[in-house]
Design a protein around this ligand. Structure first.
Ligand SMILES: Nc1ncnc2c1ncn2[C@@H]1O[C@H](COP(=O)(O)OP(=O)(O)OP(=O)(O)O)[C@@H](O)[C@H]1O
Ligand SMILES: [Mg+2]
Length: 321
């Protein structure tokens, strides 16, 4: 299952991603975490030292190798240079299994607390939007587009704040997107921005209230986001202690916050995989990108990379074709 954490800067995306990842890993679920935020903090939030977190190879700097591996022997993709972040898989492409024995998982992940962590590497505002071809989050989009995950397996992406993911198809790549919102006007304004963008693409969104102090905060969130509010995490002394560098374990959380993590997993697990939609949207964004900048950037006619007879999904679905 593909899961994203989005929200306003400072709302708690990294904190809640890290708690959710720890929760999944503690349950023994196969979990890949991806730090796709401008400032890379997920490794440390998962308990790594700054030094070991900084030593994780940056996906964003390995784009040519990632592309070369994923394109495999796909005859429609003539070179890594002609592959852009939205190039969809086709016959001959290499598909990934979550945490599989492939060079991407093999060389780009670090093991942390039962999960595997990948990182885009730090980027700047200039890397967003404009430099589409070299986009660091493009590595994540390619990874997700080639990943054939099954229920009970999870990839959790800590996304950058704001609307960066709308610049491509990234925001449609997830089975469930958790929007982290503080109970403030600014906090809930991001929800409205998301519903505006996401409505056309049938994106599943669940709001997690964060740093919630009591019933008034819950009522405020409920008033502004309605039934999209899945659960609330309190302003937590355990999280604060973790932030202060003290040892942390999930059991340090209040029982109610701990229970939120289980509800979040249940919400993800209740999503049905829709591979045809996933593949259709990948093609949609690729065609859109080709027309708007990618044909010009690569000098190729990228529409020709779409393989109309390709069936994406787990082996059972592909065999059924
Ligand atoms: N439930 C919570 N209880 C207490 N403190 C929290 C909670 N959630 C987040 N924080 C604190 O709020 C601050 C911001 O959290 P975090 O870094 O997770 O946000 P973010 O959305 O990832 O921010 P950025 O946009 O900078 O990446 C941190 O100091 C974190 O420890
Ligand atoms: Mg963050």
């Amino acid at each position: 299952m593909k899961v994203a954490f989005v929200g306003k800067g400072g709302s708690g995306k990294t904190t809640l991603s890290s708690l959710f990842i720890r929760h999944l890993a503690a349950d023994g679920a196969a979990t890949v975490a991806i730090d796709a935020d401008i400032n890379q903090h997920l490794g440390v939030a998962l308990g790594m030292t700054e030094t070991s977190a900084a030593a994780i190879p940056a996906m964003g700097e390995r784009l040519p190798e990632i592309k070369d591996y994923l394109r495999g022997s796909n005859p429609r993709i003539s070179s890594a240079a002609s592959m852009v972040k939205t190039t969809p898989p086709g016959r001959g492409s290499r598909l990934l299994r979550l945490g599989g024995e492939d060079p991407i998982h093999g060389s780009l992940t670090a093991h942390v607390d039962g999960a595997r962590l990948m990182a885009t590497g730090p980027f700047t505002d200039e890397d967003l939007g404009v430099a589409c071809y070299h986009s660091k989050t493009g590595a994540v989009e390619l990874y997700l587009n080639h990943l054939v995950d099954e229920p009970g397996e999870y990839v959790v992406v800590d996304c950058t704040a704001g609307a960066e993911s709308f610049a491509s198809g990234l925001f449609t790549r997830f089975d469930l997107t958790f929007l982290v919102a503080e109970p403030t006007r600014k906090g809930v304004s991001v929800y409205r921005q998301w519903t505006d963008y996401a409505a056309d693409y049938d994106v599943a969104l669940a709001v997690i209230g964060n740093k919630v102090h009591g019933p008034d905060d819950v009522a405020f969130l409920r008033e502004h986001v309605g039934d999209a509010l899945l659960a609330c995490v309190s302003q937590s002394a355990a999280v604060r202690a973790m932030e202060q560098g003290r040892p942390f374990a999930l059991d340090d959380l209040d029982a109610t916050d701990r229970a939120v993590l289980a509800r979040m997993r249940a919400a993800v697990d209740s999503r049905e995989k829709d591979w045809p939609k996933f593949a259709r949207q990948a093609v949609h964004f690729h065609l859109k990108n080709a027309a708007s900048w990618a044909n010009a950037a690569t000098g190729h006619t990228l529409e020709a990379q779409v393989d109309p007879n390709f069936v994406l999904g787990p082996p059972t679905r592909v065999a059924a074709r």
